[in-house]
Design a protein around this ligand. Structure first.
Ligand SMILES: [Zn+2]
Length: 214
């Protein structure tokens, strides 16, 4: 069972990386078929096997020798391990983590991600919540959505706050604090001062670390 989940997880990671690449280049999710980002040569099935293809190709395109982003292998590996933790009760948190992994991949390259994603992730985190929490969370979400276009130089992205709201709903206040602290620590260690940077990848790295740690 663990092996099957690992394989599914690797496929999920491969899918998320491909969809994020297509979001960045503005291509349709369905067309054209999988191809090298540099030489546009269409890939054959053995070049599309998650994790294994990257290792066999040693991180290079078989045709033009262009580098394939190491992030691809990293994300496929992490989502593979992530999905091995699946049990029916973890379905919603894992779905939520997958959605935000996709957002973080888009954010890394463009500092944006598809707007529908926040709504979908909020919906997932609100399933089986009491009405009072649903009312509070949707009000906060609406406030973020209304306020951010009016804030000229925001010091944090609206997507980051929306992710924090979802994390709080799914995992509670104490976990939220641990999670944000680790993300800030990681960012402080790696980001130069006074530059605008994508924070979602740090939030995501922290979320995955807290999820996998136990
Ligand atoms: Zn190529």
């Amino acid at each position: 069972m663990t092996l099957i989940l690992f394989v599914y997880g690797a496929c999920l990671g491969s899918f998320l990386v491909a969809m994020a690449d297509r979001y960045v280049t503005g291509e349709s999710p369905f067309f054209p078929p999988s191809h090298c980002a540099t030489c546009s040569t269409r890939l054959v099935p053995w070049q599309m096997v998650p994790i294994l293809s990257y290792l066999v190709l040693r991180g290079r395109c078989a045709y033009c020798q262009a580098n394939i982003m190491p992030t691809t292998l990293f994300v496929e590996g992490v989502t593979a391990i992530l999905l091995t933790t699946w049990t029916p009760t973890f379905t919603l948190p894992l779905l939520w983590l997958s959605l935000w992994t996709f957002a973080a991949l888009c954010d890394t390259q463009t500092q944006t991600f598809p707007g529908w994603l926040s709504w979908a992730a909020l919906g997932i985190s609100l399933i089986s919540q009491p009405w009072s929490i649903i009312l509070l969370a949707t009000s906060l979400f609406g406030l973020i959505r209304w306020l951010w276009p009016h804030w000229i130089h925001p010091w944090i992205g609206d997507g980051d706050l929306e992710m924090m709201l979802g994390y709080w709903l799914l995992f509670g206040s104490l976990s939220l604090v641990h999670w944000v602290l680790l993300a800030c620590g990681l960012a402080l260690l790696t980001v130069r001062a006074h530059v605008k940077f994508a924070f979602l990848p740090y939030l995501m790295a922290s979320a995955l670390a807290w999820w996998l740690w136990p």
